[in-house]
Design a protein around this ligand. Structure first.
Ligand SMILES: [Zn+2]
Length: 133
Protein backbone atom coordinates (compact mmCIF):
# COMPACT_ATOMS: atom_id res chain seq x y z
CA UNK A 1 0.00 0.00 0.00
CA UNK A 2 1.04 3.51 -0.72
CA UNK A 3 0.78 5.60 2.43
CA UNK A 4 2.39 8.75 1.07
CA UNK A 5 0.00 11.35 -0.31
CA UNK A 6 1.09 12.44 -3.75
CA UNK A 7 -0.69 15.48 -5.11
CA UNK A 8 -1.80 15.23 -8.69
CA UNK A 9 -3.56 18.03 -10.51
CA UNK A 10 -4.70 15.58 -13.19
CA UNK A 11 -6.30 13.23 -10.64
CA UNK A 12 -7.91 16.10 -8.73
CA UNK A 13 -9.48 17.29 -12.01
CA UNK A 14 -10.55 13.78 -13.02
CA UNK A 15 -12.13 13.16 -9.61
CA UNK A 16 -13.65 16.68 -9.34
CA UNK A 17 -11.74 17.52 -6.16
CA UNK A 18 -11.11 20.91 -4.62
CA UNK A 19 -8.19 22.69 -6.34
CA UNK A 20 -6.73 23.95 -3.06
CA UNK A 21 -6.60 20.78 -0.94
CA UNK A 22 -7.19 18.15 -3.66
CA UNK A 23 -9.10 16.19 -1.02
CA UNK A 24 -12.62 17.61 -0.75
CA UNK A 25 -15.24 16.56 -3.27
CA UNK A 26 -16.71 19.51 -5.16
CA UNK A 27 -20.03 17.78 -5.93
CA UNK A 28 -22.28 16.05 -3.46
CA UNK A 29 -23.87 13.46 -5.74
CA UNK A 30 -22.60 11.30 -8.60
CA UNK A 31 -22.95 12.60 -12.19
CA UNK A 32 -25.54 9.94 -13.05
CA UNK A 33 -27.95 11.34 -10.47
CA UNK A 34 -29.78 13.50 -13.00
CA UNK A 35 -31.78 15.41 -10.39
CA UNK A 36 -28.83 16.41 -8.21
CA UNK A 37 -25.69 16.24 -10.36
CA UNK A 38 -25.35 20.06 -10.15
CA UNK A 39 -25.51 20.13 -6.35
CA UNK A 40 -22.31 21.49 -4.84
CA UNK A 41 -21.56 23.13 -1.50
CA UNK A 42 -20.49 26.76 -1.34
CA UNK A 43 -17.31 25.80 0.52
CA UNK A 44 -14.93 22.84 0.50
CA UNK A 45 -15.68 20.37 3.30
CA UNK A 46 -11.97 19.79 3.95
CA UNK A 47 -10.22 23.17 3.65
CA UNK A 48 -13.16 25.59 3.62
CA UNK A 49 -12.30 27.17 0.26
CA UNK A 50 -15.17 29.23 -1.14
CA UNK A 51 -15.63 27.77 -4.63
CA UNK A 52 -17.30 30.80 -6.18
CA UNK A 53 -14.35 33.10 -5.60
CA UNK A 54 -16.23 36.14 -6.86
CA UNK A 55 -19.88 36.76 -7.80
CA UNK A 56 -20.64 35.20 -11.17
CA UNK A 57 -17.32 33.34 -11.35
CA UNK A 58 -18.94 30.23 -12.77
CA UNK A 59 -20.46 32.18 -15.67
CA UNK A 60 -17.03 31.70 -17.21
CA UNK A 61 -17.58 27.94 -17.04
CA UNK A 62 -20.12 28.44 -19.79
CA UNK A 63 -17.26 29.21 -22.20
CA UNK A 64 -15.28 26.19 -20.98
CA UNK A 65 -18.38 24.06 -21.51
CA UNK A 66 -18.75 25.52 -25.00
CA UNK A 67 -15.15 24.59 -25.83
CA UNK A 68 -15.58 21.04 -24.49
CA UNK A 69 -18.83 20.53 -26.41
CA UNK A 70 -17.43 21.97 -29.65
CA UNK A 71 -14.36 19.74 -29.37
CA UNK A 72 -16.55 16.69 -28.81
CA UNK A 73 -18.75 17.62 -31.79
CA UNK A 74 -15.73 18.04 -34.07
CA UNK A 75 -14.19 14.73 -32.99
CA UNK A 76 -17.48 12.84 -33.24
CA UNK A 77 -18.38 14.49 -36.58
CA UNK A 78 -14.91 13.66 -37.91
CA UNK A 79 -15.30 10.07 -36.73
CA UNK A 80 -18.68 9.75 -38.46
CA UNK A 81 -17.19 11.27 -41.60
CA UNK A 82 -14.31 8.81 -41.39
CA UNK A 83 -16.42 5.66 -40.89
CA UNK A 84 -18.96 6.68 -43.53
CA UNK A 85 -16.26 7.59 -46.05
CA UNK A 86 -17.93 10.98 -46.58
CA UNK A 87 -21.34 9.58 -47.57
CA UNK A 88 -23.16 10.24 -44.31
CA UNK A 89 -26.65 11.71 -44.38
CA UNK A 90 -27.53 14.87 -42.41
CA UNK A 91 -29.34 12.82 -39.72
CA UNK A 92 -26.39 10.44 -39.47
CA UNK A 93 -24.55 13.41 -37.94
CA UNK A 94 -27.31 15.07 -35.96
CA UNK A 95 -28.66 12.07 -34.05
CA UNK A 96 -25.34 10.76 -32.62
CA UNK A 97 -23.92 14.23 -32.00
CA UNK A 98 -26.98 15.66 -30.24
CA UNK A 99 -27.53 12.36 -28.39
CA UNK A 100 -23.97 12.29 -27.09
CA UNK A 101 -24.16 15.97 -26.10
CA UNK A 102 -27.31 15.32 -24.07
CA UNK A 103 -25.89 12.18 -22.46
CA UNK A 104 -22.61 13.87 -21.55
CA UNK A 105 -24.10 17.16 -20.35
CA UNK A 106 -23.80 16.32 -16.61
CA UNK A 107 -20.10 15.57 -17.08
CA UNK A 108 -19.60 18.62 -19.28
CA UNK A 109 -21.24 20.80 -16.64
CA UNK A 110 -19.02 19.43 -13.89
CA UNK A 111 -15.75 19.47 -15.76
CA UNK A 112 -16.38 22.99 -17.03
CA UNK A 113 -16.60 24.17 -13.41
CA UNK A 114 -13.64 22.09 -12.31
CA UNK A 115 -11.45 23.32 -15.19
CA UNK A 116 -12.59 26.89 -14.56
CA UNK A 117 -11.43 26.65 -10.95
CA UNK A 118 -8.21 24.79 -11.76
CA UNK A 119 -6.98 26.93 -14.64
CA UNK A 120 -8.79 30.27 -14.55
CA UNK A 121 -8.59 31.17 -10.88
CA UNK A 122 -5.69 32.22 -8.65
CA UNK A 123 -6.26 29.19 -6.38
CA UNK A 124 -3.27 26.86 -6.16
CA UNK A 125 -2.68 23.55 -4.40
CA UNK A 126 -1.64 23.92 -0.76
CA UNK A 127 -0.16 20.67 0.61
CA UNK A 128 -0.68 21.84 4.21
CA UNK A 129 -4.46 21.79 3.68
CA UNK A 130 -4.58 18.33 2.10
CA UNK A 131 -6.29 15.61 4.12
CA UNK A 132 -3.68 13.00 4.97
CA UNK A 133 -5.11 9.59 5.71
ZN1 LIG B 1 -10.49 21.95 -0.27
Amino acid sequence: MCDKYEPSKFLSIAKCKCPQCQSGKMFNYPAWNLKKFMDMDANCKVCGLKYEIEPGFFWGAMYVSYAITTGMMLVLGGFILWISNGNADFWDYIIPIVGSMLLSSPLTYRYARVLMLQFFSPIRFNPDLAKKD
